[in-house]
Ligand binder design. Sequence first.
Ligand SMILES: Nc1ncnc2c1ncn2[C@@H]1O[C@H](COP(=O)(O)OP(=O)(O)OP(=O)(O)O)[C@@H](O)[C@H]1O
Ligand SMILES: [Mg+2]
Length: 434
Amino acid sequence: MARSSWKSLFGCFSSHSAAAAAAASGKSTKKKSAKKKTKVAASGSGSKPRRPSRSLHGRMSFSDLSLNGGMVSPEDLSLSLVGSNLHVFTIAELRAITRDFSMTNFIGEGGFGPVYKGYVDEKVKPGLRAQPVAVKLLDLEGNQGHNEWLTEVIFLGQLRHPNLVKLIGYCYEDQHRLIVYEFMTRGSLEKHLFKKYAASLQWSTRLKIAVGAAKGLAFLHEAENPVIYRDFKTSNILLDSDYKAKLSDFGLAKDGPEEDETHVSTRVMGTQGYAAPEYIMTGHLTAKSDVYGFGVVLLELLTGRKSVDKNRPPREQNLVDWARPYLNDSRRLDRVMDPNLAGQYAGKAAQKAAALAYQCVSLNPKSRPHMSAVVDALEPLLALEDDGLVGPFVYVAPPDNGGNDGREGGHTRRAGRRRSQDAADSVAVVVERV
Ligand SMILES: Nc1ncnc2c1ncn2[C@@H]1O[C@H](COP(=O)(O)OP(=O)(O)OP(=O)(O)O)[C@@H](O)[C@H]1O
Ligand SMILES: [Mg+2]
């Protein structure tokens, strides 16, 4: 499959990001096809060889296996991951479970290739629970794709947490590189916030997703051998049937700094609008870079706006720059809250979440909270969900199919909490303030 080159991130940011544009330079190395999102891949400080000793006391790191240019053999990989309970699939098995990668099983496509739905059970592999799975087929072009595939298998194969998507297995056969994950019924947060389900996420669900995603990041940062995720964004937060959030896509993940180091030096990679400004400028990666990305996602949940939106007026294109002045101002916060919430959110909880987002997107990484503190601050907000609902009246337009209540036009009623996610799809809601 032909993939167009990724655009450089630099030059796309406003204000603080402009400094990054001036400071950094380099060519894109990653590629992207179906989506137009811009990922960063610029030359920064070169990576130092890492000590391979970590495998002696805990999780195996990427560098332990990739000292030979990333070309670890299939046998070495499966031996290294013994104990991870991963299934090694053949390409024939994965063809069979996805109906030969048919379009009817096609779920979507990101920067690394298409994803298909499939079903597995004991007949495919002994000991495999019957379940739907997502099969990601890496579209290999050069070593970069292989390295990211390997990174994902190594990290996700060894990390287990309720807020990380579960890796079921992989295929490493000839030129084939595939990954098999648990199937996440509701797809990505990006879809729910910005695509066909627009307006369907109610406040309590947004908070629940933010808490789940924060727990996933906190787990990574506080693991015995910490991990920096590096690609935190709405498309990498997947949702199960109950809107539990799980992080996916560990292709850019990095081992955290060694005890005697403050950061990891690396090429700048990530996604435009989510990457922390100091990381873009210096290539110095810390857990606080992830905290910045989390802050951006929290802002997207609050405002319903994308981190970067070229279709908006210039001053509103960068979400962080646009929203920042409102986040600590309780009287003006409602101006940036998502209109799709129709005013139905807990005012106090929204203020606290906005203040937290403000801290997370601070230009000074030291002012950003640790992810464990973010979890501690966000979780109690779930209990505030019924407090001080804003938005006293809504106008409910009649459904298109004419199935209204017999009146001409819509009707006005006291705003109540929506019980069903689907209800949001069938009515248009306009808030009237009193
Ligand atoms: N485990 C899964 N369960 C269900 N759907 C999935 C799963 N993993 C990925 N998808 C879906 O497959 C599609 C492609 O995902 P992928 O992660 O490859 O790309 P992306 O996250 O959209 O973009 P990027 O390349 O920037 O990560 C998305 O619609 C995503 O929601
Ligand atoms: Mg993804």
